[in-house]
Design a protein around this ligand. Structure first.
Ligand code: NAP
Length: 295
């Protein structure tokens, strides 16, 4: 049985990675959360990894994902999103094992022409607008500099069914019961992605022993504004709440987000085709219904 060390096991993606690997008899996931190792930059991660050795592969789904907090605590953001990644990569390189890591559409500035519908490819110029995006890009670079057997899956706008999970879909489901109308941004476009789909891609790469290392864009297919996404959520649950389209300017924030960040999955599709975002949303809502979390 092959052993996979999973950092960030309690997060949205980590939860679904565990779910997907439960179906494989050949792999055992060793789930790790901040309770097992809280990465603050002070504790010795190398020692922790040595204590957990041997394992066959490392998956890092750990990150500081609170974008607002990253703006306020820049040093900590770099410790978690860059330094920890470099240390994991050093260890994996020394043992010659592969490492999977996740990055974000926020490494791009999103200053694209929506009408041309040109999604970002892996070769496109990066230019993060936020501390979160910059720290995640630094993590990518640390991994690429340090190890050879790496996979970086750049993902976008995640939602997953981890109990208590905080994501846009869950927030909209809550609002559907509490509010009569909603104002939602219609001038920022992204590819909403169910974490289960990313977990399946990782699973596919591992069980098929893919060795085509590098960066892959890995989001659900298609693009929409947050307003369009909300309309689809409400339509899917039969809620006729008034969803008013507004510009992001109506919600002043110190965090600058890319206005258009569709990811082009063509490279990934050599191996696995990601579902359309509408189909994945439907599957997600079905999961919540089957667990009695949505009626
Ligand atoms: N969420 C999104 O919309 C989004 C978009 C693009 C890219 N991504 C990327 O996708 C990956 C997965 O994101 P996600 O949404 O699944 O993340 P998440 O739900 O926020 O989970 C983050 C995980 O990291 C752990 N963690 C955070 N700080 C830690 C620390 N200092 N020490 C140890 N563990 C720590 C958390 O552990 P505890 O629960 O124990 O605190 C949790 O397991 C990340 O690389 C993220 O940057 C996410």
């Amino acid at each position: 049985m092959k052993k996979i060390l999973l950092f960030g096991a309690t997060g949205q993606l980590g939860h679904d990675i565990q779910n997907v690997f439960k179906q494989s008899e050949d792999f055992a996931i060793i789930p790790l959360s901040s309770k097992d190792f809280y990465f603050s930059g002070d504790k010795d991660l190398q020692l922790f990894l040595k204590d957990n050795w041997p394992f066959d592969c490392l998956i890092n789904a750990m990150a500081m994902t609170n974008t607002g907090l990253c703006e306020d605590q820049e040093k900590l953001a770099y410790k978690i999103n860059e330094k920890a990644v470099r240390e994991m990569a050093m260890f994996c390189q020394s043992k010659d094992i592969p490492m999977f890591h996740f990055s974000t559409d926020y490494i791009f500035d999103g200053k694209r022409d929506f009408n041309k519908r040109n999604a970002y490819s892996e070769k496109d110029q990066t230019n993060p607008l936020s501390v979160y995006g910059a720290s995640k890009l630094a993590g990518e670079q640390a991994l690429m500099e340090t190890s050879k057997k790496y996979f970086i899956f750049r993902v976008s706008s995640l939602y997953g069914s981890v109990p208590g999970g905080n994501n846009f879909v869950n927030t909209m489901l809550k609002f559907s019961k509490e509010k009569d109308e909603l104002k939602i941004v219609n001038d920022q476009f992204m590819s909403p992605t169910h974490t289960q789909d990313i977990a399946k891609a990782v699973h596919y790469f591992i069980i098929n022993k893919i060795q085509d290392y590098g960066i892959y864009h890995c989001s659900d297919r298609g693009v929409c504004s947050w307003h369009e996404f909300t309309l689809e959520i409400m339509r899917s649950i039969g809620c006729d709440i008034n969803v008013i389209p507004v510009s992001h300017i109506e919600f002043p924030s110190k965090l600058e987000r890319p206005s258009y960040s569709e990811l082009d999955n063509e490279k990934l599709s050599r191996y696995i085709k990601m579902p359309k975002w509408q189909d994945s949303l439907k599957e997600y809502l079905d999961i919540l219904r089957s667990e009695g979390r949505l009626r």
